[in-house]
Design a protein around this ligand. Structure first.
Ligand SMILES: [Zn+2]
Length: 229
């Protein structure tokens, strides 16, 4: 098989139709107090869709100012905008991102635990903060949920991921590869992590529902939440 071949069995997460062609890390500016923080968002998809996603992120810059003067100024010149012209077909990089995320082009090569590491870390990173409680919960629940869960491997990945797409994009990529029961096990794991501190915050409920929708999970996520005391 030539590496020039199209990526098999996976589609652009943004349109669900075009082939996966490219990936790029885009700077996102978010106002924090008087200053701002810049974090990277790894986009992966078709060339056209990734360009559109960057334009969308640049247009959304004004929604992330949060009253910060420096973020306000930058919202007129979003650094993401300059990335649009750099988007080119690059299957080698797409394969690197997929490999790091534990996603194989061949469904039979995928290991549920590899995907669990990526989704858990995607969820931990979703709010921009990596909190110790969440890491501990991901490890504790990981051992309970997956017989081959490896704490060392989880920690190694947590510290070494360079190109991990958002949990939403990962879920969109995975929806056509995973069986319904795999989706259910993975969502249950994410719910267990969220619920480990005694209750599930509204943002967590929203994120879990989004992940389930992105995965095309047909079950009822609400029923997986522990009942409110
Ligand atoms: Zn697309």
């Amino acid at each position: 098989m030539s590496l020039e071949d199209e990526i098999k069995n996976l589609k652009c997460p943004y349109c669900g139709k075009a082939p996966l062609e490219t990936t790029i890390s885009v700077p996102i500016v978010e106002g924090k107090g008087l200053w701002h923080e810049t974090h990277q968002r790894q986009l992966i998809g078709s060339v056209d869709c990734v360009k559109k996603m960057i334009a969308k992120e640049a247009n959304n810059a004004k929604d992330k100012v949060n009253g910060s003067p420096s973020a306000y100024i930058l919202s007129f010149f979003p650094p993401a905008k300059g990335m649009i012209s750099k988007v080119k077909k690059d299957l080698d990089s797409v394969r690197k991102v997929l490999e790091e995320a534990g996603i194989s082009e061949l469904p039979e090569n995928m290991k549920q635990t590899d995907i669990a590491y990526s989704l858990a870390i995607g969820m931990i990173k979703a709010d921009g903060r990596v909190e110790q409680d969440e890491i501990d919960a991901a490890i504790e629940m990981g051992h309970k949920t997956f017989s081959d869960f490896d704490e060392q491997e989880f920690r190694k990945r947590l510290n070494s991921y360079k190109f991990l797409p958002t949990i939403q994009d990962l879920s969109l990529l995975l929806k056509i590869l995973l069986k319904e029961e795999d989706k259910e096990a993975l969502i249950k794991y994410l719910v267990a992590i969220s619920a480990s501190d005694g209750d599930i915050a509204d943002e967590e409920v929203k994120l879990l529902k989004t992940v389930a929708a992105c995965l095309d999970f047909t079950g009822d996520v609400s029923k997986m939440f522990p009942s409110v005391q």
